[in-house]
Design a binder for this molecule. Structure first.
Ligand code: PRP
Ligand code: URA
Length: 211
C-alpha cells in the first residue's frame, strides 16, 4: 500500500531480489540483461496470473478419466515498446494462448510526457490485460497505456514492472486506482531527469545495446 490507494505488491522473493541486483549492475552486458528481464518477467508474471479463472474440463489420462481444468477467458499481454519487448517474449512462452498487443510509447526527454508512436491493434478485445514495462518512473507511460486499454472496455488490467519509483507508483494509483501494480523492487526516487535511483539506467538501451 502506498498513500492509502489500491494494491501495490513488491516481490519479496529472494530469486527476484538476486536477479534485480544483477540487472542493476553496470557491468551486466545486453545478452545477460535480456535474459534477466525475461526471467524476471516470468517470475512476476506467474504471480500476476494467480487469479486467472479456470473452467473444469474432463480429460483422459493414460490410466483413467478425470476432471481437469483449462484457463478461461481472453488475455492480452501489452508490452510498452521498446523496453517491454524483453518481458513479453518470455511471458508469452508461459501463456501461449495470450494475444500480444504491442503499444509504442516514448518519453519526451525534456517534458517527460509519453508520446504514442505505435497504437494498440485495431478491433481486439480481451477480458484481462497485463501491461508490461520494466520501468515505472514518472508513471506517464503506464498511465497513458492503461487509458488506451480502458478505451477498449477491458475490465481487468494489471501493471507488471521490474523497478518502480514511489513518484510513479503514486501517480499510477491516483490515475487508475482499480489497477493493481506488481513490481520486482520499489526504488528510492527519481533524479532531475526522471530516471529511477538507484535504478538500472535506461532499460531499453541496456537490452538492445544502444547505451
Ligand atoms: C522507458 C520505460 C518506460 C518509460 C518509463 O521507456 O521503458 O516506458 O521510460 O518512464 P515514465 O514512467 O516516466 O513514463 P522510454 O520512453 O525510454 O522508451 P524505450 O523503451 O524505447 O527506451
Ligand atoms: N526509463 C528507463 O529506462 N529508466 C529509468 O530510470 C526511467 C525511465
Amino acid at each position: 500500500m502506498l498513500g492509502g490507494m489500491v494494491e501495490l505488491a513488491v516481490s519479496k522473493h529472494p530469486l527476484v531480489a538476486h536477479k534485480i541486483s544483477l540487472l542493476r549492475a553496470v557491468e551486466t552486458e545486453p545478452a545477460q540483461f535480456r535474459r534477466l528481464v525475461g526471467q524476471l518477467a516470468v517470475l512476476l508474471g506467474f504471480e500476476a496470473c494467480r487469479d486467472l479463472p479456470l473452467k473444469s474440463q474432463p480429460i483422459r489420462t493414460p490410466m483413467t478419466e478425470t476432471q481437469g481444468v483449462r484457463l478461461q477467458g481472453r488475455l492480452a499481454l501489452v508490452p510498452i515498446l521498446r523496453a517491454g519487448l524483453g518481458m513479453v517474449h518470455a511471458l508469452h512462452e508461459l501463456l501461449p494462448h495470450a494475444e500480444v498487443w504491442h503499444l509504442g510509447m516514448a518519453r519526451n526527454e525534456t517534458s517527460l510526457e509519453p508520446v504514442q508512436y505505435y497504437p494498440l491493434p485495431q478491433g481486439r478485445q480481451a477480458e484481462r490485460c497485463l501491461v508490461l514495462d520494466p520501468m515505472l518512473a514518472t508513471g506517464g507511460s503506464a498511465i497513458a497505456a492503461i487509458h488506451r486499454i480502458k478505451e477498449r472496455g477491458v475490465p481487468t488490467i494489471k501493471f507488471v514492472g521490474l523497478l518502480g519509483a514511489p513518484e510513479g507508483v503514486e501517480a499510477l494509483q491516483k490515475a487508475h486506482p482499480d489497477v493493481p501494480v506488481l513490481l520486482g523492487a520499489l526504488d528510492e526516487r527519481l533524479n532531475q531527469k526522471g530516471y529511477i535511483l538507484p535504478g538500472l539506467g535506461d532499460a531499453g538501451d541496456r537490452q538492445f545495446g544502444t547505451v
